[in-house]
Design a protein around this ligand. Structure first.
Ligand code: MG
Length: 401
């Protein structure tokens, strides 16, 4: 029997080429030149993930055979006893994606091929149009349409909107304030305007980003129904997901949910009861390709499509993993896409490219992406106290971001 190829080293690469701090795992193997990359990016708690990998997972992984992806994933999840948290899930994802990358390289096949092969040649993507007025949003949508994009998420003034008149109490602390009721009025007005300006051909999306009380999210989903969104994203906070039954019962606005989910208990009933239309976990946040594969198959049984989370706080390696899943599973819906910089493409050779609204893979073995470590090291992670997540209601009380 040939000697097993084993994990020889587990490297954590932290880099910040743009706004988001990124965490990449590089697994080195006993086979010279054979390595894998995985995304472990939980950008707001990046150093906790790095420490979980270096101090806890690495000692556990060294010397293990690289071919046992399932066994390593399941044992990684339980051997810390406490499980399903965002730090640990992201740490496990970095290892899991790297093991799939290695398996593909050994087989001479893309991860999509390992999973069963392509259902489609490219993945349709949605991009983010934002502006400080409805006219500016419509302008941005038109510019994206001119570039060939057919799925466009429309926001105004960032999540929760901005510029709402509000009365704050004395000594109100600093923060990212928003007024939920004014947000509803402004967004409905903006979506109505944009739809009238750009017509019915383009697919519009909107992300509530869990900013509303459940009853107001229900009212918004009903009010926005007539504008025929492709989907309404994160209408509820994960803590409120039982309310999806009420939204579902009262309107046909397509619903997408999942980027904050940690635990299978959160998505199972939403899919089984057909309470949402699109499941959209952050692949590293849920633990990597192995659990995402299971969710995609499970969702397919119930007619639920995927729309994996993919803004700039998914690393380029994570985007490459998203795309391998998108190309494979039959129940793919749409892929969220950020607009990578030239520096992103320089640090991460093989980062997928968009052409006329479609995201293409390079079909190289594994995930098809690499990292220029010397260049990445020139952009170290900065210490940041996030502002946008310090969200407050008009009376100053903390709100979900
Ligand atoms: Mg979102």
């Amino acid at each position: 029997m040939p000697k097993a190829i084993t994990i020889e080293d587990v490297k954590v690469i932290l880099t910040q080429p743009g706004n988001s701090r990124l965490c990449i795992v590089k697994l080195l193997t006993s086979e010279p030149g054979l390595y894998g990359l995985g995304c472990a990016t939980f950008t707001q708690r990046i150093f906790a993930v790095a420490s979980a990998i270096e101090r806890h997972l690495k000692p556990f992984l060294l010397g293990r055979a690289v071919d046992k992806i399932e066994e390593i994933w399941n044992m990684s999840m339980v051997h810390g006893y406490w499980r399903n948290g965002p730090v640990l899930n992201n740490a496990i994802s970095g290892v899991d994606q790297a093991l799939w990358d290695i398996k593909g390289k050994r087989a001479g096949m893309s991860v999509c091929d390992l999973l069963g092969g392509k259902s489609r040649e490219a993945a349709q993507v949605y991009v983010h149009a934002d502006g400080n007025s409805k006219e500016a949003v419509a302008e941005r949508v038109r510019a994206f349409m001119a570039q060939g994009f057919r799925f466009i998420r429309v926001q105004m003034g960032g999540y929760g909107g901005e510029g709402s008149p509000m009365v704050k109490p004395r000594n109100a602390p600093p923060g990212a304030y928003f007024d939920p009721r004014d947000y509803c009025r402004q967004m409905l007005d903006m979506i109505e305007y944009v739809r009238a300006q750009v017509g019915e051909e383009v697919e519009l999306l909107h992300d509530i980003h869990e900013r509303l009380a459940p009853i107001h999210a229900l009212a918004f989903a009903k009010d926005v129904e007539r504008f025929k969104l492709f989907f309404l994203e994160d209408a509820l906070a994960p803590e409120d997901i039982a309310w999806f039954r009420l939204i579902r019962g009262q309107c046909a606005t397509p619903l997408a949910m999942g980027e904050l989910f940690n635990n299978p208990q959160e998505w199972q009933f939403l899919i089984q009861e057909r309470l949402i239309d699109f499941i959209r976990m952050h692949i590293s946040q849920m633990g990597g390709i192995t659990p995402a594969r299971n969710v995609a198959i499970f969702a397919d049984m119930y007619g639920v499509r995927t729309a994996w989370h993919g803004p700039s706080d998914t690393s380029p390696v994570g985007h490459a993993a998203n795309l391998q899943l998108d190309l494979w599973h039959p129940n793919f819906g749409v892929q969220e896409w950020y607009l990578p910089s030239e520096l992103d493409y320089a640090i991460f050779p093989g980062l997928p490219v968009v052409e006329a609204g479609y995201l293409y893979a390079n079909d190289l073995p594994g995930l098809g992406i690499d990292i220029d470590e010397a260049l990445a090291a020139q952009y170290p992670c900065r210490d940041i106290v996030e502002d946008w997540t310090q969200t407050r209601l008009p009376d100053g009380s903390p709100a979900k971001p």
